[in-house]
Design a protein around this ligand. Structure first.
Ligand SMILES: NC(=O)c1ccc[n+]([C@@H]2O[C@H](COP(=O)([O-])OP(=O)(O)OC[C@H]3O[C@@H](n4cnc5c(N)ncnc54)[C@H](O)[C@@H]3O)[C@@H](O)[C@H]2O)c1
Length: 436
């Protein structure tokens, strides 16, 4: 199959490289020419484990191409995937659809022969109808069908997720388009990945319903963690105790500083908006958003409280800035709330993040960026762990103790055992487990 990905970001580039690896001929198109230039030079515009090798091997095999202009590739394509951003519209939380609609119009101009237009971006219910209308208006003569195929990959494990998905959801109402989608995903039949064929609107809603549920699950365990602190229980044991129940499941039960990232914050807001406009509000998700927003604000207060309420003029080391490990993605990361709040309290912030620095430097003014955890910790009165990168899981505690001005650690990801920290001479605060 000849495929085109419109948008070579976290989703478009990973999906495109994986489709090429399945054996399809793929062109990734991005209007950001600097991104295309970097890709052509073999430099990845994002950090995603394994992506550079996957891209390089498929470019070498003559299956993966990059272009700032999709005209030729779209003319020859069996399917064109729209994988552009759908950020929150400022002010009302609705998904900003301008990129998707612009892409639809551009694609329409070049269509030749029957082509399937696949929306991979996360889009509100009814977007497929609108994309169809745009293309029909622009090119009344075109032969095409619009399909919804939301993406469920996780940054940091994106390639594995794409190649071994829990499920593939395809919202399709046209037989020829369905046959094309079957052919595109045929290589995954070998893994027995379930493919769910549903109506287009159902498919669009599945994506939001899934993300909002996961955001709610995280928020639930965060509130249980707060209760644990008050009543003297241990949230990790509670999480294990409930997670072993197969109806609940153990994933997404890690208490922390609140969810962030490029998807959950905007997708929960967009679902709330869709539901409100449809006259069928989803109060659970409204509460989830409110609780999570407050939680991120509360995290800086935790650090300050641990330091006896006085951070003025104190040096605070921060380990991890990205919204989760193994990505450089800083979109809506909790650190973007926590670090400025700490600065507002007068703290002098020294940070280290293995991959996030490039993006974070643009977003966090007045912060000192360091080249390693011990450099960040040098002379610090407190150290806080915001992202659970593997390299923070086995810090040399003795060395840390020696370089810090005061032995205080606030671990917002619960990656250490309280007893271990106490033995190393630290005052250790974590989430939902009391203080040691
Ligand atoms: N990032 C994730 O983990 C993830 C997971 C599942 C779904 N999604 C969804 O996938 C979509 C894309 O997300 P992302 O994280 O890959 O975004 P991104 O910002 O990393 O990438 C989008 C890319 O599209 C390009 N673009 C925008 N308009 C274009 C146009 N008209 N022609 C060509 N290129 C264009 C941009 O330059 C950018 O490079 C969103 O709807 C998101 O919600 C993201």
């Amino acid at each position: 199959m000849r495929l085109v990905m419109i948008g070579a970001g976290y989703v478009g580039l990973v999906s495109g490289a994986c489709f090429a690896d399945f054996g399809h001929i793929v062109t990734c198109v991005d209007k950001d020419e600097s991104k295309i230039k970097r890709l052509e030079a073999g430099v990845m515009p994002i950090y995603e484990p394994g992506l550079d090798e996957l891209v390089a091997s498929n470019v070498r095999a003559g299956r993966l191409f990059f272009s700032a202009d999709g005209a030729d590739a779209i003319r020859q394509a069996d399917a064109v995937f729209i994988a552009v951003g759908t950020p929150s519209r400022r002010g009302d939380g609705h998904a900003d659809m301008s990129y998707v609609y612009a892409a639809a119009e551009e694609i329409a101009g070049y269509l030749e022969g029957f082509t399937v237009i696949v929306t991979k971006s996360t889009v509100p219910v009814g977007t497929g109808d609108e994309v169809e209308a745009i293309i029909r208006r622009t090119r009344p003569d075109a032969e095409f069908a619009v399909v919804s195929n939301p993406e469920f990959l996780r940054e940091g494990a994106a390639i594995e997720d794409f190649k071994r998905p829990d499920r593939i959801v395809v919202g399709v109402e046209d037989d020829r388009a369905r046959a094309t989608m079957q052919e595109i995903y045929r290589p995954l039949n070998l893994n027995e990945s379930p493919i769910l064929y549903v109506g287009r609107r159902t498919s669009e809603l599945i994506k939001y319903a899934a993300n909002a549920f996961l955001a709610m699950k995280i928020t639930y365990i965060n509130e249980i963690a707060d209760l644990c602190e008050v009543v003297g229980a241990d949230v990790q044991q509670v999480a294990r105790g409930i997670g072993l129940d197969k109806r609940i499941g153990s994933k997404f039960l890690h208490a922390g500083p609140g969810y962030g990232g490029s998807c959950f914050p905007k997708d929960t807001l967009a679902l709330i908006r869709t539901a409100a406009e449809a006259g069928s509000p989803i109060k659970l998700i409204e509460a989830t958003v409110a609780v999570n927003t407050q939680r991120k604000k509360d995290m800086a207060v935790r650090v300050s409280d641990a330091a006896e309420g006085n951070l003025a003029g104190k040096k605070v080391a921060v380990l991890g800035l990205t919204f989760k490990p193994n990505t450089d993605d800083m979109r809506d990361a909790p650190s973007l709330d926590i670090v400025p709040a700490l600065q507002h309290m007068g703290a002098d912030i020294h940070v280290y993040d293995p991959e996030g620095r490039h993006e974070a430097e643009k977003l966090l003014p007045g912060v000192t960026f360091c080249d390693g955890p011990y450099e960040a910790a040098e002379g610090a009165h407190a150290l806080t762990i915001l992202t659970e990168w593997d390299q923070f899981r086995a810090l040399d505690l003795r060395r840390l103790r020696e370089v810090m001005a005061a032995p205080l650690i606030v671990d917002l990801r619960n990656i250490y055992r309280p007893a271990e920290m106490a033995a190393a001479g630290f005052r250790y605060h974590s989430i939902g487990r009391g203080v040691s």
